[in-house]
Ligand binder design. Structure first.
Ligand code: UDX
Length: 457
């Protein structure tokens, strides 16, 4: 099939590349000439395992190309994927400006039947809006050309996007048309031959499915974070609780890891957008607003624990940070807990020495050159001259740590671990104060001040 993808961001690029890899001819359109130029030279702007070689292979074999020419894009594909961004606007709802701009472009250049596919995460009812935007352009041109619009939400995890695309649990398609069902079957055929993963439903249900999936996962995380905070106050160990409840197949082990809060481009934005949608239809979605509030508090908890360990005074202190990305295997720092921590440390007059295996460049891009930030090339370099260590991302390389080295490098033996990487007993035996999530040793319980304790150790 000939397929056009509008948007070469995370979703568009992965979708286009995987569809080309399955044998389709794919043309990706983006408004950013620098990005298109880079992609045409084989440079992939995001870090996603396996993506760069896949882009290179499919470009070489002539199945994948990139352009800024939207008109050529509309002419090219019988399928037209819309995979542009839907950033949140001030009130938390998804901004449809870019989606509708692509729809209008398609309407302006449409010459024969096309199937338009909404891949972007969009509020319920967007299929209708896209259809109306295309129809309005056609009407202006005095043309009567047949087209369809369907919803086909993505369920890609950053860091595992190719795996999720090629071996995903389901392919949701929102349409009421038999013709569209056949086209989508053909499009996804190469990735749908083990068992039928296509789930057809009406467009509104498909749009809501995407939000419901993300909101459910975010709810599991916030719920566990709440339990972890309770465990800290009740002298229980959340790791035992996690295993105890996960063993019930109705609950399961997935997505019940407590931590320093969820980040990324999806969960925070989608939970807020769905809560906003609910308000718009006169429904107060208590669970969604609570999930978001718990998450914001959880992100702040890293700083709270750190500050408590220094009697609330971080002025002039240097904090080593391991992990900047919102999760491992990505360089993405959108909504990352590390940012909440660093910004709070700076506001308190402290300095940051940060290390991340992939996100250094992104960190420098976000924060520029500032005297209170040093991004270093090795995790142990981050400890040099630092007063305490905070772990924000569970990169594999942090899992094994030499506690003696950490202790001798830090001026104060404090580790705040937002990812529960270590066994508390082992860290404490090494003479470090270890504040994980829901695993005892709550800082407040150590008043009048951990630093006093530290001094007497
Ligand atoms: C998510 C969804 O998983 C994916 O299906 C959707 O299409 C987009 O949003 P992503 O944002 O890439 O994907 O990351 P994911 O691996 O789901 O993690 C999201 C956040 O939750 C991370 O910050 C992670 O650290 C956190 N998390 C995840 C937890 O805190 N605990 C867990 O048990 C799992």
């Amino acid at each position: 099939m000939r397929i056009t993808i509008f948007g070469t961001g995370y979703v568009g690029l992965v979708t286009g590349t995987c569809l080309a890899d399955a044998g389709h001819d794919v043309l990706c359109v983006d408004v950013d000439p620098a990005k298109v130029e880079a992609l045409n030279q084989g440079q992939v702007p995001i870090y996603e395992p396996g993506l760069a070689p896949m882009v290179a292979r499919n470009r070489q074999e002539g199945r994948l190309s990139f352009t800024t020419d939207a008109e050529a894009g509309v002419a090219f594909g019988s399928l037209q994927f819309i995979a542009v961004g839907t950033p949140p606007d001030e009130d938390g709802s998804a901004d449809l400006r870019y989606v509708l701009a692509v729809a209008a472009t398609i309407g302006r250049h449409l010459d024969d039947y096309k199937l338009v596919i909404n891949k972007s995460t969009v509020p319920v009812g967007t299929v209708d809006k896209v259809r109306a935007a295309i129809a309005a352009e056609l009407q202006q041109r005095g043309r009567d050309i047949e087209f369809d619009v369907c919803s086909n939400p993505e369920f890609l995890k950053e860091g595992a996007a190719i795996e999720d695309f090629t071996r995903g649990a389901r392919i949701v398609v929102g349409t009421e048309s038999g013709r569209v069902r056949e086209l989508m079957r053909e499009c996804y055929g190469p990735y749908n031959w083990n068992h039928d993963k296509l789930i057809f439903m009406d467009p509104r249900s498909a749009e809501l499915t995407k939000y419901a999936a993300n909101a459910m996962l975010a709810t599991k995380i916030s719920f566990m974070n709440e339990m972890a905070n309770l465990a800290e106050r009740l002298d229980a160990d959340i790791e035992h609780v996690r295993l105890g409840i996960g063993s019930d197949p109705r609950i399961g082990y997935h997505f019940i890891y407590p931590g320093c809060g969820y980040g990324g481009s999806c969960f925070p934005k989608d939970v807020q957008a769905l809560a906003r949608t609910a308000r718009d239809v006169g429904y107060d979605a208590h669970i969604l607003t609570a999930v978001d509030a718990v998450n914001q508090r959880q992100k702040a908890s890293l700083y709270d624990k750190l500050a408590a360990a220094f009697d609330g005074d971080l002025a002039g202190r240097t904090v080593a940070v391991w992990g900047l990305a919102f999760k491992p295997n990505t360089d993405d720092m959108r909504e990352a807990p590390s940012r909440v921590l660093m910004e709070a440390v700076w506001a308190a007059g402290g300095k940051i020495r940060a290390y991340d295996p992939e996100a250094s460049r992104e960190c420098r891009r976000l924060y520029g050159d500032r005297p209170d930030l040093e991004v270093v090339a090795h995790r142990h370099e981050a400890l040099e001259g630092a007063d305490a260590l905070v772990i924000c991302t569970e990169w594999k390389e942090f899992r094994v740590a030499d506690f003696a080295t950490i202790k001798s490098a830090l001026t104060t033996p404090v580790i705040v671990d937002g990812r529960n990487l270590y066994e508390p007993e082992a860290v404490r035996k090494a003479g470090l104060l270890y504040f994980a999530v829901g695993r005892g040793n709550r800082v407040a319980a150590l008043s009048p001040g951990v630093s006093n304790m530290v001094n007497t150790m």
